[in-house]
Design a protein around this ligand. Structure first.
Ligand SMILES: Nc1ncnc2c1ncn2[C@@H]1O[C@H](COP(=O)(O)OP(=O)(O)O)[C@@H](O)[C@H]1O
Ligand SMILES: [Mg+2]
Length: 271
């Protein structure tokens, strides 16, 4: 028989979500057909911070995203988002805890307008069946439309509201996907190589957009090979090698670490 420990301390006045980190990964393990892709991995990302997950090809970065988003189940360990244990939660329910993944292959619908795409994202937050069945798209000046237009304007993307998504440049689509994710209620966003495929001016626009979102409280976990980009938005990095955390801290310190340098030797990448 198990007994719950009785604590002397009174329950905290604030909810666990208010005080816990945005993302807490503890003792995570994952193997694929005997290959240990993630080995006893633990790290936390504080609220409103951007952390980069770096490491050579095959280190396990994408697997971490797949475990946090629920694409794969864990072999062992726990994942908490905003204080909520999501380890056993079905993938589709995790967005309600605030975690989302963006950019993998942008999930915007190319034949719809930017505004319509944002409204689809906002439906994720709808709690009732009636809300889900209401054709918001057809209601002029609905609150969600006003919110969506305001979010676009805040991001400097207001002029694209009524344009068809498929006709827009890739860099703009990526930034609209960011707006969509935040309107859908995401406050912990995972980005897999956000700067890949962008030209320098698009990269700068994305970086400024991310900085503004972070300043407004968004938490980011970023996998990115462009170390200038990492350096400009992420105060902290977690370095993986063969599924194991080999270093953690500010990039300037981590890249001088002997284990990190060794991990990157013989690859074309740099830390
Ligand atoms: N679905 C899968 N099936 C089998 N092996 C996988 C799968 N996903 C990832 N792996 C393996 O897990 C390891 C880590 O891969 P991954 O997370 O994609 O690394 P990274 O994103 O750092 O390049 C690699 O050895 C890869 O082959
Ligand atoms: Mg990867």
């Amino acid at each position: 028989m198990s007994m719950r420990a009785i604590s002397d301390t009174p329950p905290a006045a604030t909810s666990p979500a208010a005080t816990s980190p945005a993302l807490a990964i503890s003792g995570l393990q994952k193997s694929f057909a005997g290959v240990r892709a993630i080995r006893d991995l633990s790290f936390t990302v504080p609220k409103g911070c951007a952390t980069a997950l770096i490491g050579p090809n095959g280190a396990g970065k994408t697997t971490v995203f797949n475990l946090v988003s629920g694409v794969y189940g864990v072999d062992a360990g726990t994942i908490h988002v905003n204080g909520v244990d999501v380890t056993q939660m079905p993938s589709r329910r995790r967005i309600r805890t605030g975690v989302a993944r963006s950019f993998q292959n942008i999930r915007l619908m190319p034949h719809l307008s930017v505004l319509e795409n944002l409204l689809v994202g906002q439906h994720v937050r709808a709690s009732s069946l009636a809300a889900l069945l209401t054709p918001y798209r057809l209601i002029p000046n609905h609150r969600w439309k006003r919110e969506a237009r305001a979010a676009l304007a805040d991001s400097g993307l207001g002029r694209y509201a009524d344009e068809t998504v498929g006709a827009l440049p890739y860099g703009v689509r990526k930034r609209i996907d960011l707006v969509r994710a935040t309107l859908a209620g995401a406050n912990v966003l995972m980005l897999d190589e956000p700067a890949a495929g962008l030209n320098p001016s698009e990269t700068n626009a994305l970086r400024d957009h991310l900085k503004a979102l972070i300043a407004s409280g968004l938490t980011l976990l970023v996998v990115e090979h462009d170390m200038h980009f990492v350096d400009s938005i992420c105060p902290n990095v977690v370095v993986l090698n063969f599924g194991e955390k080999i270093a953690e801290g500010p990039l300037s310190l981590v890249r001088r670490d002997a284990k990190v340098r060794e991990a990157y030797i013989g690859t074309d990448e740099e830390a």
